[in-house]
Design a protein around this ligand. Structure first.
Ligand code: ATP
Length: 494
């Protein structure tokens, strides 16, 4: 069997997150559960910080958005109305030679021109002949877009609409004896109550959005909101993904942060543009470098039939530009579907025009875990000069804001450091560490992404000052013990 492809950058990150207690493989002592992950002590703080930033930005800092928290289990008819029962499929192919099963778009594909027989292969988002015909091929093709070459113009002879698939190959063994694609529904099924017949079958939600749509009327009636208004929600979602991998990028259990922003239909374009911009800014506000972020607007042939427009926020991972979030103008599709299937009036009374209307919706759908992977990837720094690994996390998301370290374990230094730590704990996430050499303790905090370190040393005993160490510049300044809290509050912008 072919070996899975290596991604050394990702391997380093996975190893660091395990070593420092950010993220562990699920059920590791039993051999692990594929594509499921557990967040450890530092990971849970990072995750909480990311979710809090989103919640504050989207819900609590705004007058026109309210929050909610729907259940994971919902009436099965919700998923009929939303289209998930009929359409939430991935095409799946079996390799008859090595028995591997994979998503159709993950198979390396040989294309050819029906006119001149020019051939090119697309594998892992890369075209083998791209260098030769660079100007004819899209710049930054993603693996997910392999199909988009079908019916394209030939980059060699120029014949219009002449590109077709010649064959697909197994990504595992390279063989081409493959089954036809079969549709595989990605929703996890379970049973409700004691019987296990088909009538009791329900699903684990594959997205949080439907919990918002089915509660549209409840929220509109109780929260006294006026159009335009939004409902935000953070919660778990489950998808029985066929192709998983890239660590927490695509897992079977993950969390989403979703906003459904309801507007008058004629204003949807304006709000769509507004939210694309807002969301792009938000990622930058978490400390991710702007040069590694981009917006990608969907082509007309990528759009769902009801959507008027959709833009993805993407990040430049080692495995290519990939989606972090989608912002879509979904028009009235979702509410219309639930009106039709439930028979309930999910409308809004427009006092200005004295009529009941079905609002259009602009959706922002982001993944918590993908945001975390992005933040960690972007922050990872091999500081070769100082022989250390650093997570340059923004103080806003860093799990620990400051570590307090006595230089040595005697002369009353641990006691002074402990008092400083206890005082700091009232104001911010702090950590006290007196185990091991000072250099090693600093390295541990660098890997944890802790922006500042306070060290109590012999001079502290003389003049009451401590050193304040900056994680990124390694600059050390002396400040008075009494100024620690205010100095850090200022530096961390808390
Ligand atoms: P992809 O094409 O990458 O599977 P999608 O287009 O199916 O994503 P959406 O249904 O739009 O994703 O979900 C919105 C967001 O939820 C995604 O942008 C992503 O951040 C997150 N998400 C979706 N599926 C997963 C998953 N399996 N693991 C982690 N996050 C996910």
């Amino acid at each position: 069997m072919a070996k899975p492809k290596r991604n050394p950058q990702m391997e380093k990150l996975v190893s660091l997150t395990k070593r420092r207690g950010f993220i562990f493989q699920s059920s590791e002592i039993y051999g692990g559960l594929n594509s499921c992950w557990d967040y450890g002590p530092l990971g849970v703080e990072l995750k909480r910080n990311v979710k809090n930033l989103w919640w504050h930005n989207i819900v609590t800092s705004r007058e026109d958005v309210v929050g909610m928290d729907a259940g994971i289990l919902m009436h099965p008819r919700v998923w009929e109305a939303s289209g998930h029962v009929a359409n939430f499929h991935d095409p799946l192919i079996d390799c008859k030679t090595c028995k591997a099963r994979f998503r159709q778009d993950k198979a390396p594909t040989l294309f050819h021109c029906q006119n001149c027989d020019f051939q090119f292969k697309v594998a892992d988002g890369k075209i083998s002949t791209k260098d030769e015909f660079a100007k004819h091929f899209a710049d930054d093709l993603l693996a997910e877009e392999t199909e988009s070459y079908i019916g394209g113009d030939c980059p060699h002879c120029g014949a219009a609409k002449s590109i077709q698939i010649q064959k697909r190959m197994c990504p595992n063994c390279g063989g081409s004896d493959l089954s036809e694609a079969k549709q595989f529904n990605l929703m996890f099924k379970t049973h409700f109550g004691p019987s296990e017949d088909s009538a009791s079958q329900i699903y684990l939600r594959p997205e949080t959005a439907q919990g918002i749509f089915v509660n549209f009327d409840n929220v509109a009636a109780t929260a006294r909101v006026k159009l335009p208004f939004g409902i935000g929600q953070i919660g778990k979602a489950f998808r029985n993904e066929i192709t998983t991998g890239n660590f927490i990028f695509r897992s079977r259990e993950f969390e989403q942060m979703e906003l459904e922003f309801f507007v008058k239909k004629e204003e949807s374009q304006k709000w769509y543009e507004y939210w694309v911009e807002q969301r792009f800014q938000w990622y930058q506000s978490t400390g991710i470098r702007p040069e590694n972020l981009r917006l990608r607007e969907h082509r007309a042939d990528e759009l769902a039939h009801y959507a008027r427009a959709c833009t993805d926020v993407e990040y430049r991972f080692a495995f290519g530009w990939s989606e972090l979030e989608g912002i879509a103008d979904r028009q009235t599709f979702d509410l219309d579907q639930h009106i039709q299937h439930s028979g309930k009036k999910l409308t809004y009374f427009d006092q200005e025009n004295n009529q009941h209307i079905v609002p259009a919706v602009v959706e922002s759908s982001a993944g918590v875990d993908r945001s975390i992977l992005t933040i960690l990837t972007d922050a990872y720094w091999d500081d070769e000069e100082h022989k250390r690994v650093v997570l340059r996390l923004s103080p806003k998301v860093a799990p620990i804001k400051v570590a307090v370290l006595p230089l040595v374990n005697r002369d009353g230094m641990p006691e002074i450091a402990r008092r400083i730590f206890e005082d700091l704990q009232k104001h911010m996430a702090a950590f006290f560490d007196m185990g091991g050499s000072i250099g090693r303790r600093y390295r541990r905090q660098d890997e944890a992404g802790t922006p500042y370190g306070i060290t109590v040393d012999s001079q502290t005993l003389e003049d009451g000052t401590v050193t304040l160490r900056d994680r990124d510049t390694l600059e050390q300044v002396r400040i008075s013990k009494d100024q620690i809290v205010t100095t850090l509050q200022h530096k961390l912008a808390l």
